[in-house]
Design a protein around this ligand. Structure first.
Ligand SMILES: CC[C@H]1c2cc3[nH]c4c(c3C)C(=O)[C@H](C(=O)OC)c4c3nc(cc4[nH]c(cc(n2)[C@@H]1C)c(C(C)=O)c4C)[C@@H](C)[C@@H]3CCC(=O)O
Length: 265
């Protein structure tokens, strides 16, 4: 199936992280999938995870997504992958879907931004980075080009990550994440989800996985994305916070397998 009936029968999942996260956040899922005989790759976008680039120097979405584009361009000719994006990583998935349509057999959006190419995205809480608690903002900005210029990076303040990203996740994972989160490149994120119409990309099956106990991206906002660009399959992770890869990895694993089983028929 991954090879579309070609020489390579292995189902290959490629995971894309959201803002401030990295390939590291998928460690439970990639382990479960590989143990079950699938191929699973997680990628660090530019300036994330162990990428050597300072995220303050990432100017646009193409530069940010380049590691994903490189991975997709390097696939053997008949090999297709299942692309899974988390949160704002859904924007990277849609970008890749438009640029590498024939390399992707299914796009899966996990609590993710899923905006139809050619449409105007409705503003999200994060797009102007509200999310204030009383007087205090939950975000910390970095100014790589000086305080008098626009911010180049943004990261959630440490004291809020448990409440907003990981409210149902094991404390060990919160500790791990607190060491690994990096500022996200504001200018690159601003360029995501601004794509021209793409009828070919629209033919690729899409799946949306909602996270029901999500303090970051509420149910109504996720429903709005689903209503504006209906996917072929919809799942709900009832016990999940924004970070299903930590809070409900085994259920997420079974939903991924159920989703791809429709491709094999
Ligand atoms: C600089 C504004 C930029 C933006 C930043 C941003 N978006 C998210 C984060 C940040 C820093 C998060 O931390 C969160 C995430 O990835 O968690 C791992 C973000 C989300 N963004 C979503 C949807 C969404 N964001 C934007 C726009 C932006 N986000 C700005 C360009 C859009 C569009 C197209 O306007 C959309 C659909 C969610 C998937 C999550 C949760 C966001 C929330 O509810 O605050």
């Amino acid at each position: 199936m991954a090879g579309d009936g070609g020489a390579d029968p292995v189902i290959h999942f490629v995971f894309v992280h959201g803002a401030s996260h990295g390939a590291w956040c998928w460690y439970k899922l990639t382990t479960l999938l590989e143990t079950a005989g699938f191929k699973a790759t997680s990628v660090d976008l530019t300036g994330a995870g162990i990428s050597l680039t300072d995220s303050n120097t990432v100017f646009d979405s193409d530069q940010y997504n380049r590691p994903l584009y490189s991975l997709l361009s390097a696939l053997p000719p008949s090999h297709k992958v299942i692309l899974v994006g988390h949160s704002i990583g859904g924007g990277s998935v849609t970008d890749a879907l438009c640029k590498f349509t024939n390399k992707i057999s299914m796009a899966i959006y996990l609590a993710a931004s899923m905006v139809r190419p050619g449409s105007t995205p409705s503003p999200q809480p994060s797009s102007n980075l509200h999310g204030d608690v009383g007087e205090e903002t939950i975000w910390e900005f970095t100014y790589g080009e000086g305080k008098d210029k626009s911010p180049t990076g943004v990261i959630m303040k440490q004291q809020f990550i448990r409440q907003y990203y990981y409210n149902q996740s094991p404390l060990e994972d919160v500790t791990l994440a607190s060491k690994l989160l990096r500022p996200a490149p504001v200018r690159a994120l601003n360029g995501l989800d601004k794509l021209p119409p793409n009828p070919e990309a629209e033919k690729v099956p899409r799946v949306y996985i909602k996270t029901a106990k999500d303090n970051m991206f509420d149910s109504a906002s996720q429903d709005r994305l689903v209503k504006n660009w209906p996917p072929s399959q919809l799942y709900v992770l009832e016990e999940s916070d924004h970070s299903a890869f930590f809070s409900v990895p085994t259920t997420l694993f079974t939903y991924l397998l159920r989703a791809v089983s429709f491709l094999q028929r």
